[in-house]
Design a protein around this ligand. Structure first.
Ligand code: B12
Ligand code: SF4
Ligand code: SF4
Length: 279
């Protein structure tokens, strides 16, 4: 089996190899810790995740099972597949908690372009793709992959829809303002301010925020994911009853890393809203 066959058998349609030197390094220690350095290569990969079942009070990424666990098991398979062919080589898959700016990395490897909402957008799945990369010291040509040509960072239509729709006004602002992104607010631990609570209640998502993705013109005709993992066990509405019934399954959900208290606080905001609306 070639690496291309491997990707095909896992429904990974989009991947691209580039020298790591083209990427923006955010966390150097993750390279060092894994015996890697800036002379390595990165095989950038996309994982489409939006399925047909539209969530009611969650974002798409929070309604499906945790992508970190999907990518973790995918990486075990990919790393051992490559290690078998190149026993001397180093291979390490990252996603999210990564040494690099993944949006920029996927863009300069030709897999998509960067929206004004800061996300990587593809023609086929819009921005509903998770990003990951396998960093290796083996020349991709030896793995059966061509190195991608150098690609300039490309932007979107700049139609302004995401900026006008963003409830916290953080699009196009500098780094500090990003902390006000509703997605970050839903993930904050402890007590929220009244304004933060009101923002969650008004916008209806108790984990994450998809507003700038949903209004984006590229999302209109975007396809759904072919990856089975993201098509099954979807939670469309997370109320208190559903949350408490999860039991062990709680740990397989994207909100679990923040602990039960944080998501429960947000579920209660939703429940209170529903109660008020019924009156
Ligand atoms: C921290 C983080 C967050 C934080 C802060 C986001 C931020 N941009 O700072 C919070 C919690 C708010 C967040 C929210 C979300 N996140 Co997040 N996040 C990350 C993480 C871990 C690091 C991002 C980072 O620090 N980038 C570096 C700094 C310097 O970036 P920046 O200043 O924002 O620079 C951006 C722009 O300047 C742009 N850019 C650079 N040059 C140019 C040039 C042009 C022309 C243009 C137009 C743009 C541009 O590129 C950079 C993109 O990151 C990444 C994973 C990773 N390792 O990259 C995931 C990641 C970006 N997040 C992801 C997701 C899915 C989300 C959410 C959609 C989840 C949700 N539904 O709620 C939201 C979307 C919010 C948004 N509109 O950005 C995905 C994005 C997938 C995609 N298609 O792009 C990533 C890649 C995780 C993954 N592995 O899939 N996230
Ligand atoms: S995720 Fe929501 S709050 Fe964050 S930038 Fe997009 S629209 Fe704004
Ligand atoms: S909504 Fe418009 S400006 Fe925002 S990312 Fe999509 S195309 Fe770009």
């Amino acid at each position: 089996m070639t690496i291309k066959d491997f990707f095909k058998s896992h429904n990974i349609e989009a991947y691209s190899a580039i020298p790591l030197s083209r990427c923006k390094i955010l966390r150097e220690y993750l390279l060092t810790k894994n015996g890697l350095d800036r002379d390595c290569y990165a095989i950038m990969m996309l994982f489409p995740y939006r399925c047909e079942k539209k969530p009611i009070n969650l974002t798409v990424y929070a309604s499906v099972r945790d992508y970190h666990s999907y990518i973790e098991s995918f990486s075990r398979e990919l790393e051992s597949f490559l290690k078998e062919k190149h026993p001397q080589g180093k291979f390490k898959v990252f996603s999210d908690h990564s040494p690099i700016d993944e949006v920029h990395g996927c863009c300069v490897s030709g897999l998509g372009f960067i929206g004004d909402n800061g996300l990587l957008i593809t023609e086929k799945y819009s921005s509903f793709v998770f990003l990951g990369e396998c960093i290796t010291d083996v020349d991709p040509k030896e793995l059966g992959l061509e190195l991608a040509n150098e690609v300039e960072v490309r932007g979107c239509l700049h139609c302004g829809k995401c900026k006008s729709a963003c409830p916290s006004g953080c699009i196009g602002q500098d780094v500090d303002k990003k902390l006000e992104c509703l997605s970050a607010i839903t993930q904050k631990k402890g007590a929220l301010s009244e304004d933060e609570e009101a923002l969650i209640v008004k916008n209806g998502s108790i984990w994450g925020c998809d507003i700038c993705q949903n209004v984006c013109p590229y999302t209109r005709n975007a396809e759904y994911t072919p990856v089975e993992f993201f098509r099954n066990d979807v939670i469309q509405c997370l109320d208190l009853e559903t949350l408490e019934a999860l039991g062990e399954e709680f740990n397989t959900r994207p909100f679990a890393w923040r602990g039960m208290d944080t998501i429960k606080r947000n579920v209660l905001l939703y429940e209170n809203k529903m109660r008020r609306e019924k009156k």
